[in-house]
Design a protein. Structure first.
Length: 115
């Protein structure tokens, strides 16, 4: 059974940084894409960033490109999301996803950015 466990959320002032982690277990991941999504209250879920596990290709949402960085530690089956220059509009629950929106999700971690 696939498990995705996020950590690293918290509260930070605008301009600050956070790093989220997503530890995956339960199967091999080579054929999948690991992604981060976020959802703020009253808003649609938004794609943030993704990385193909096999070749490391990365993708970013327009609102975070240049400020966020997705990376991985293959030995730990863990994906990270480094978030810099945080803005209040980045506040949301951040979710780790494996294999696309119809597959596996983590429980989410709250990120709050104050102005």
């Amino acid at each position: 059974q696939v498990q995705l466990v996020e950590s690293g959320g918290g509260s930070v002032q605008a301009g600050g940084s956070l790093r989220l982690s997503c530890a995956a277990s339960g199967r091999t991941f080579d054929e999948f894409r690991m992604a981060w999504y976020r959802q703020a209250p009253g808003k649609e879920r938004e794609f943030v960033a993704a990385m193909h596990w096999r070749d490391g290709a990365v993708y970013y949402g327009n609102s975070v490109r240049g400020r966020f960085d997705i990376s991985r530690d293959s030995a730990k089956n863990t994906v990270y999301l480094r978030m810099d220059s945080l803005k209040p509009e980045d506040s949301a629950v951040y979710y780790c996803n494996l294999g696309g929106p119809r597959r596996w999700w983590g429980q989410g971690t709250q990120v709050t950015v104050s102005s």
